[in-house]
Design a protein around this ligand. Sequence first.
Ligand code: PLP
Length: 405
Amino acid sequence: AEIWQNVPLAPPDSIFKLTAAYKADTFPQKVNLGVGAYRDNDNKPWVLPVVKKATQILVNDPNLDHEYLPITGLPEFTGAAAKLILGSDSPALRDGRVVSVQTISGTGANHLGALFLSKFYTWNGSKQVYLSNPTWANHQAIFRNVGIEPVDYPYYDPKTIGLDFDGLMNSISDAPSGSVFLLHACAHNPTGVDPTQEQWQQIAKAIVAKNHYMFFDCAYQGFASGDLDRDNWAVRHFVERGVPMLVCQSFAKNAGLYGERVGALHLVSPTKEAADRVRSQLSVLQRSEISNPPSYGARVVALILNNPTLFAEWNQDIKTMAERIITMRKELHHLLTEELHTPGNWDHIINQIGMFSFTGINTDQSKSMTEKAHIYLTTNGRISMAGLNTHNIRYVAESLDKVVR
Ligand code: PLP
């Protein structure tokens, strides 16, 4: 018998498959609305000007070496990253109750957080994590890999193309106390639907009442509103309320450092003493998995976060990205409602936030967009707003109009 005969062939990742199909397409007006990466108005990847500057500072540093980083990462990076997501006046940071570990971007933070919970969380019965329906497709796989079973909670309501707030609140109160809930801190992927601040307050109250554990995934800070402080509001609110929690943080999108894999896991503990024990075990786990994280991206981000001039420039770059996306939302909405008079209500396009929009079109209509119009999107009707630009938006609007008529 052949050695790997029991290995079944896995299907290719749907997003990467979509990108490959787009690349192979020779149609001149083809559009890629699948990819979760920012593109400028000419559909080009955008190296943030502030990142270019920071990179120059790094390469001109005569003392730069390629030694290993500490197991938990570059301290100048993790310390500043914690302030960015938790707020610089965070009571948890002041008390030394936060453990911050540099990870392989947001994916690595999710993995390390899940791995730590699988080993050390006091599970009330079976190991389960509550995930929004729908969620980032990788969440299920990441938790299953470490023996935690994903369970859905209602999140998206197809009738309103908005938040199923009652469904979410009911799940929180119906789940066994001490359950682990994963919520997206802002710019929910794939729906673009976020709770309002009032709703977040009610969610926090309900989570506390049931003694649940909060697993925040924050991959888009700054990308939602264009304002870093506004986009960490939910996380800050949960810290202020003393909710037991961890936060996964990515700099892929907001710093355009996708391939550099720079991120962090922040775990907020009840005491400094508990934080020290948690840190020691996270270090053991990190050591066996990656030994220590990569240095380049963390150095770039540390320079930006710790230098007030660069930090201000970064805020400007984030605004540039967020505002272009918001403009595309307004323009698409305008074209559909005012010019084409497309049947149906399209207000969700401007009410949703961040990189993605759930258009509300069904699987067949999504497939038809790709097959007939060469517009590539996932079959759940999600479009990446970053794939829209002034050159292709009318074509996309007209194609959307055609498939829903
Ligand atoms: N979490 C969510 C919700 C995401 O959408 C993504 C990226 O698409 C990530 C985490 C992780 O991304 P990365 O590992 O590139 O930081």
